[in-house]
Design a binder for this molecule. Structure first.
Ligand SMILES: Cc1cc2nc3c(=O)[nH]c(=O)nc-3n(C[C@H](O)[C@H](O)[C@H](O)COP(=O)(O)OP(=O)(O)OC[C@H]3O[C@@H](n4cnc5c(N)ncnc54)[C@H](O)[C@@H]3O)c2cc1C
Length: 375
């Protein structure tokens, strides 16, 4: 019996989920699993605002996250060719199947530091720690990451002047009643809100970029079809439309109607793994389908807003906040990490109206229905 060489590129929520699920669902004789990651740590990106504010850490060694059956290669994939991944040191790793889960690569304009980038978050932490009383901190982006970053810093460092800059409405993805609570929480922590775009001329001693726009350009560089944002274009089974040996999952994959979040990265990683297992068993693949439950936004360490949603991701009037919200949010973060580290995960199917259209090759236009702020 031949052994299928499965390579996973990216050890975030999607990649760890896929690798660990494959390890659970395949035999060592039939599948050899290798995960390639640029860093030795699994980064809980949902905690990077804590890294910035100095209120928590986000890294865990990948060796603690991965099933013993998964071989770990630390290195950046430079290209994905015909059945071979080339690392930036020139090493070649052959594959029969690949899961592309390289995630986001947030970048802001010059002079800003991206909260979603682990290294820039570490730099921001040092820069923030060195700021004196009354220094100005600007957080750009009024989505959930921007709210979390601004409130985390304002709570931890009340002597700083924190401004949240947003082109659109702050917390636009939330129900209007929950949004009002967000404005109250920001005001209570002394965070000033400024409507507009990033203006480098405004006084700021530290400017943090909390908008998730960019992804790894690895797929594009490798000649795989991508959408207008550089995300791997996949069919309804999560397979690359260029190379059916490749599955895509997480922030780096253009899955129609999905917003960037670990809430979507994990079921995608799990589904890619399940379809790969089906292929190995010569069973028919199943279309990907996922329904939302809601959104969680932390307000410093002691409060949060937990927003319930319909399965099509429409927020409803049902939400709660305060201390109970903070405890809930903490549980969600811990459970997400535990799920990625075990490969065990179940999720709701999409409502019938939101199911992926039955096309094998979605056009770039149909793959861009993602929120620009991420999550
Ligand atoms: C501050 C913050 C708070 C957030 N809060 C929430 C939240 O509360 N809820 C929620 O659902 N989402 C939240 N998100 C979004 C969520 O973190 C992301 O959507 C999620 O991490 C995506 O998972 P992923 O596995 O696709 O990618 P990532 O987590 O980005 O993982 C990608 C991995 O690929 C590796 N990689 C990249 N390029 C290469 C390469 N060339 N070679 C090898 N390895 C490579 C990276 O090192 C990384 O380990 C938050 C994001 C931020 C920044």
């Amino acid at each position: 019996m031949s052994t299928t060489r499965i390579v996973i590129v990216g050890g975030g929520y999607a990649g760890c989920m896929a690798a660990n699920r494959l390890a659970r669902k395949t035999d060592p004789e039939t599948a050899a699993i290798t995960l390639i990651n640029a860093r030795p740590d699994f980064i809980e990106r949902v905690r990077l605002h804590q890294r910035v504010a100095g209120t928590g850490e986000a890294g865990t060694p990948l060796t603690e996250m991965l099933n013993d059956r998964v071989s770990l290669r630390i290195g950046a994939a430079a290209s994905i060719g015909d059945g071979v991944v080339t690392l930036d040191d020139g090493t070649e790793i052959a594959f029969d199947r690949l899961v592309y889960a390289a995630g986001g690569a947030p970048r802001g304009p010059e002079g800003t530091l991206a909260v979603g980038d682990p290294e820039q978050a570490t730099t921001a932490r040092a820069r923030l720690a060195a700021l004196g009383d009354g220094a100005h901190v600007t957080v750009v982006g009024g989505g959930l990451t921007g709210i979390e970053t601004a409130t985390e810093i304002a709570e931890a460092r009340p002597e700083l002047a924190v401004t949240l800059v947003s082109a659109g409405e702050v917390g636009a993805s939330l129900h209007p009643s929950a949004r009002r609570r967000i404005h109250d929480e920001l005001a209570a922590l002394g965070v000033a809100e400024r409507r507009g775009t990033y203006d480098p001329a405004q006084r700021s001693d530290l400017t943090l970029w909390a908008i998730a726009t960019d992804v790894s350009d690895l797929a594009q560089r490798s000649g795989l079809r991508v959408d207008a944002d550089g995300r791997l274009t996949v069919d309804r089974y999560l397979r690359s439309v260029t190379d059916p040996r490749i599955f895509g999952a997480g922030d780096a994959a253009a899955v129609p109607g999905q917003r960037l979040s670990c809430q979507t990265a994990m079921p995608q990683g799990a589904h890619a793994a399940d379809n790969l297992v089906r292929e190995l068993k010569h069973a028919p693949l199943r279309p990907y389908s996922m329904g939302y439950a809601g959104q969680n936004v932390s307000i410093g360490r002691r409060r949060a807003v937990i927003q319930a949603a319909r399965r099509d991701d429409t927020p409803i009037r049902l939400w709660f906040g305060g201390r109970a919200g903070a405890l809930f949010k903490e549980q969600v973060c811990a459970m997400a990490k535990a799920a990625a580290g075990s490969g065990r995960y179940t999720w709701l199917p999409a409502p019938r109206s939101a199911r992926t259209p039955a096309t094998e090759t979605p056009s770039p236009e149909t793959t861009s229905g993602r929120t620009p702020t991420g999550r």
